[in-house]
Design a protein around this ligand. Structure first.
Ligand code: CP
Length: 326
């Protein structure tokens, strides 16, 4: 008999907009909640009735494979009803604004809005505007909180704990909402965080707790236990930050030579996907037994089930109360 996790001892929230606003206790609570949900995946019936009668709307203004499908499967495994709004075929292309689109959807009484948008801060605006629970599925270069949670879950599953463990985040830090959310989450959980990438793609004024390195070899001397390779986000780069993709791979990527050293040391490799083969990493990484890339995708469902289960739609937002007063 499959059971749902115990009701939360940690207070629920209406929305999940970033990792900054979660405490380490809340993050650990979500990771613990995800565990029994993952156990469900080995059963012939992979569903629990926890969100029966609730409706989840996926509202993706940017492309996605993993996150959108993962939220859909997570919601269905919790017995919620799910609708995917195909933004490119919606009235958005006729000029309807994001908030008007949300109002329209709200009239249909959805309980959760899962939002991805190219502009930072849009999920926060929607959360103030809507009584539905809003989950940020990635906004500009700001945040991707469920990616950080699924990554933390995967690290804990592989290594057992976080305290004092070292994670090196390598690549395009500047444009990466994943780097922001993963580094903040890792720090909150007690990990040491190193960053490495082209100097032009390292943000100025990064937090003091980051260790920085001037070469991949220098970073490897720090002895990271996990190397988190980032996707090179060419679609967000309006300037030339490095001479060529070939040079990027040679200087900043997981080349075959570096991979030989990394695999000898048994260092775990992670990547949020989608992967640019031959740019961030050589093909061999994808079949490495300590590559966690496929596990990250699998664990995304359990982590997102935990988030949907924890959030409470309908907690009145300040905007709603303000509206009632006027
Ligand atoms: N990791 C991630 O956000 O992938 P998608 O863009 O495919 O959702």
């Amino acid at each position: 008999m499959i059971t749902e996790p115990n009701p939360s001892p940690v207070h629920s929230r209406k929305d999940l907009l970033d990792i900054e606003s979660l405490s380490a206790e809340e993050i650990n609570h979500l990771l613990e909640t995800a565990k029994p949900f993952k156990e469900l995946f080995t059963r012939s019936v992979k569903k629990v009735p926890a969100l029966r009668g609730k409706t989840v709307l996926n509202l993706f203004f940017e492309p996605s494979t993993r996150t959108r499908a993962s939220f859909e499967i997570a919601a269905k495994r919790l017995s919620a009803d799910v609708t995917n709004l195909a933004v490119s075929q919606s009235s958005v292309v006729k000029g309807e604004s994001v908030l008007d689109t949300v109002d329209t959807m709200q009239s249909m009484k959805v309980d959760y809005l899962v939002v991805r948008h190219g502009a930072a801060g849009i999920p926060n605006q929607i959360a103030k505007h809507s009584p539905a629970s809003v989950i940020n599925a990635g906004d500009g270069n700001h945040a991707h909180p469920t990616q950080a949670l699924l990554d933390a879950f995967t690290i804990k599953e592989a290594m057992g704990d976080f305290s004092g463990r070292k994670i090196l985040i390598a690549g395009d830090i500047l444009h990466s909402r994943v780097a922001r959310s993963v580094s903040i989450c890792a720090n909150k959980l007690g990990m040491e965080v190193g960053i490495f990438g082209p100097p032009t793609l390292i943000p100025h004024g990064h937090p003091d707790y980051f260790h920085t390195f001037n070469s991949f070899e220098h970073a490897l001397e720090w002895e990271p236990e996990v190397i988190y390779l980032l996707r090179l986000q060419l679609e967000r780069q309006s300037a030339h930050f490095f001479p060529s993709l070939r040079e990027y791979h040679q200087v900043f990527g997981m080349t075959r030579e570096r991979f030989e050293l990394v695999s000898r040391k048994g260092i775990y490799i992670m990547h949020p996907g989608p992967v640019n083969r031959g740019v961030e990493l050589t093909d061999e990484v994808l079949t490495y037994d300590r590559s966690l890339i496929n596990r990250q995708v699998e664990n995304g469902i359990a982590a997102r089930m935990a988030v949907l289960y924890w959030l409470q739609p309908g907690i009145p937002s300040p905007t709603i109360e303000e509206k009632a007063e006027t």
